[in-house]
Structures are given as structure tokens and as C-alpha cells.
Design a protein around this ligand. Structure first.
Ligand code: ZN
Length: 117
């Protein structure tokens, strides 16, 4: 079964991270995809991702869009094979261990929040 954006958001609000895994090439995605970007397979399956991982890259946003208080830190977290974009708290750096710590909802955007483990 594939994964819809609504299912992804519902799971996130419950503290779970869902992704999709391609059974043909093994690629794992941290956000809903109907088609594998690597091999074009349409057989991608929903999979549960670990809620702890490592900061792959991060940046600090100094000038924020309306509805956000700058500065704040965003980044990409490596969770096993998948990479998930989210908000970072606790002044973490690249390579630091982080854990899912809630969800940020603003301007109709939903994003996971990760904090230092
Ligand atoms: Zn694939």
C-alpha cells in the first residue's frame, strides 16, 4: 500500500514517522511518493521510520516567512535509509543525534521537529 500526504500528517501528529520503501531497488523515502525516483517503480510500500537519527545537514533561517519567528534552525535528518526535512531545536550540528520531538504546524505546513537526543 502506498502512503498519502494525509496519512503522513496524521502519523506525524501521533508521533510516528512514515515513509515509503521501494521493494524493487530498496530506496527509502521520508515523505510520501507514489513512484520511486530511483527506478520508476510504482510498487512503493508504506514503511515506519525510526524516530531517532543523525543530522545530515542543517542551516539557520535568519529571515522568516510570515508566521514564523526567526532565527530558527532547519535541517535534514538521516533516519536509517531515509532523509527527512524538519525543524531542529537545541542548537544541534551536523552528525549530532536527534530524536523526533513533536510537530510544527504553521501556514498549512506540517513539519517534524527534532531535538538533541
Ligand atoms: Zn526503486
Amino acid at each position: 500500500m502506498s502512503l498519502s500526504h494525509a496519512e503522513w500528517v496524521d502519523a506525524l501528529r501521533d508521533g510516528d514517522l512514515l515513509g515509503v520503501r521501494c521493494p524493487d531497488c530498496g530506496t527509502v523515502y521520508g515523505t510520501p511518493f507514489a513512484v520511486c525516483n530511483e527506478c520508476g517503480s510504482r510498487d512503493v510500500e508504506m514503511t515506519e521510520l525510526p524516530t531517532a537519527g543523525e543530522v545530515y545537514t542543517e542551516t539557520t533561517v535568519e529571515v522568516s516567512p510570515v508566521g514564523f519567528d526567526a532565527p530558527y534552525q532547519v535541517g535534514i535528518v538521516q533516519l536509517d535509509g531515509a532523509r527527512v526535512t524538519g525543524r531542529l531545536t537545541g542548537e544541534v550540528g551536523i552528525g549530532d543525534r536527534v530524536v523526533l520531538d513533536g510537530v510544527l504546524e504553521a501556514n498549512d505546513e506540517v513539519a517534524p521537529v527534532f531535538t538533541a537526543e
